[in-house]
Structure formats: structure tokens, C-alpha cells
Design a protein around this ligand. Sequence first.
Ligand SMILES: [Zn+2]
Length: 437
Amino acid sequence: MPSKSRQWFGPLALMLVLASAITASAWANPTKRDGVIGPVAFARGSPVTVYIDIDPKSKLDAGDPERRDRVGDASKGIEGWVTPLADIGQVTLKVVKLDGSGNDPATGKPPDLTQAGSVHVVWESSEVIEAKKGNAQAYSDEPLAAGFDDGKGHVADAQATTGAVIHLNDDATANTAKDKDLATKNAVHEMGHVLGLDHSAVNAPANVMNPKTELQPANATPTAEDLKEMKNVYASASGPDRFDITATDTSVALGAGLYRYSYDLRYNAGPDFGLFQVGLGAGVELFDIEVPEGWEWIRNGSVLSFDPTELDGDVPYLNATFPELQISFVANGLPQAQPAWVGRLTSLTGPAAVDAPATLPLLLAAAVAAAATCRTRRWTSDPCHAGRAEPAAAFSLVDLHNTRPLVRAMGKIAVRAHPDKLRPWGCSFTARSRAAR
Ligand SMILES: [Zn+2]
């Protein structure tokens, strides 16, 4: 950035973040509703049952050119995860095809979808799906995380593993074979999301988590790339290929009830590592989350997850060639030992619960604190993100999606914003804009 712009940028940015704080409360808890990565994975050793509704198009008359029955095709896709899950996650995956009345043929009754580990596959028109998600293919509602299990960072709360729904489009095009193929590909892809997988990069080797259907493998079978990611979600903390990561944490009081929590992760041995999670106390608000280039964060209930954004050869997994990783964020909870998943269950310092929800004064104080932090950093030769390949953008407002033109007008370098990640403010943005799910 030219030095000239620095002179006005700091004060202007401060004004903007203060203005943004006034409206920040509505967005104080950013959530991500699709394409989430861990810790939505089901508990190790637990059963997962996928109930598939009948294809509405199968109710058409036999001679109707739109008649389709793609339940078998969708089932085939989901069953692609059976073996990897048994091997990696010790999760038993079963597919049940519901009858025309929505009953489980084994019991003659509708399935109890409130049962932990239940996943429901429904069919909708592409119009309905597109209206909801902006793409006409499919999407999934993932289970919500609310706790930890036996040390792998996975959900133990029975309620947390319900609510997963896979929405597949039931369009009948002129190409029956293609319709059936899409049902398989969409099912395996969305089930991957439900199991905790994120998208791969578009230019990654063919894998079922590629956001573009045409770049997914023809046989719709999870590949080595998919399984590598799955291994991180259902990570092995024991056995010959256990993850071996050392994590150290620090917390610094910023005043106004805010603390900066920092985590240094160091690779020791084992497979490539790509998922770090820390538990959050109730009512904790997060600000100014910093992750290395190529990593992203996702908050899902009480769990804050960090993971690499790509699956191709350039993915910054923590491994022998990329042995260190720093992550930090500001929060309003008091420091306290919190469970974190860093290859094994570890107690790291994290934000404990706060009594009252964040208020406007708190947000204003947070904005000032962050402004001071960023300003200090920007006035050194070291930008917000030391070692980043490109300069970090400085500030943005509440909703990056809406305010990006303004930020651009301020002469900033590219701001990459995730539409689902609304950040009250921050000194850098590392989230990538991603294709529609
Ligand atoms: Zn997707």
C-alpha cells in the first residue's frame, strides 16, 4: 500500500468500524449453514442411518416420459461412504429406502428423524433448491454441533447429530441417464457435507467434494483426496498413523472485557493435519479471527473450527513441509481451559462463558481495540498477516458482501469475503469466496 494512503486510512477505517458496530449486534454470531466442515461429524462408533424418500417422479404413469426412480441412484452415492466411514470413522452407515407412504419398510412406520444419527434425503424441484441456495442441484442441512465426544472433537450430544437433511433435485430432463447420474453425484457430495467435509478446490484432482458436478469422478466414488479429508474429520488419535501435533496457547487482555486468544500449532509426526477446533463458552462473541493463508474458520454452535480451504497439492496442511501454524481471535469470554481438538483432546486456554450477551458498548470497545491492534501492525513493515503472499486488506464493515464496493473505493487491495461469514470487523480477511454449494 502506498504510504500516502496510510495517513487517511487509519482514521477513516476507525470511523467505519465504529459506524459498523452500531449495527453489528444483529450479526454478532456468524454462522455457516452449508458446506460446513467438522465438527459435525458423527461420534466414533455411532450408527448413522440415511432415510431416502421415494422419488416423486416414480409416481407418474409408466408411459410418462418424466417418470424416474432415482432412489437406487442416490442410495448408490451415499453407500460410497460406507467403507471409508467404517475404516476411518468407525461409523456404521446404513441406507433405508422409505416406501410411498414415507414409512420404513422394516417397521411399517415413519422413521424417527429425531433419533441421533438420522439423515433424511428429500426430493425438491430445482426451482425450490435454486431459490434457497442459488444453485439448482442440491444442498444439505447439516447437523449442529454442540459438544465433544471421546477426545476426537466430535459431537457427543445426541441432539447435535440430528437435523441433517439432503435436498436432491427431482427434475426430469430429456436425458434419463444424466438425471440418474446426477442423483448419484449429488447424493455422495451432499452426504460428504453432512459427514463434515468441505468443498475441494475446483482445480483439485477429481473428487466427490468438488463444487462442480462435472469435475467430480465419473463413478461418484470418494477418492483418496476425499478420504484424506475425511480422516481429518474422523481423526485418529491412536494407532500407527495417529496425528501428533503440539499446541500452545496464549491469551492477552485487551481491556473492555476482551481477550486475544492465540494458538501455535506445531507438527511433530503423522499424517497431514487439517482440522483444529476449540470449544467456546456460552454467549461468547468472536472478533478479528486471523488464520494463515489458505485456512478458514467456521463457527458451528459451541465449536470454532479451522481448516485448509483446498484439497489440491497446494493445500497448507500442517505437515513436515508446513510445520507451524498460528491462529488467533478476539473474544469476550474470560480465559479458561477449554477442550480443543489438535490431534488429541487437549485443554487449551479459550474463552469461557459470559453472563450477558454482547452489548453495543462492548462492540464499540471491540472495534476500538481491533482498530488499535491493526493500526499498530499496519504501521510496521509487517502487515496484519505476516508471511502472507498478498497484502491483507485492512478493515471492512459488518457485511462484507454489501460493503465490498465501499472498501474497494477506499483503494484497498482485493478483499475476499465469504458471503456466509459476516464479520463485525477485522484487520484481515482470509476467507475465500466460494462457489454456490
Ligand atoms: Zn457442496
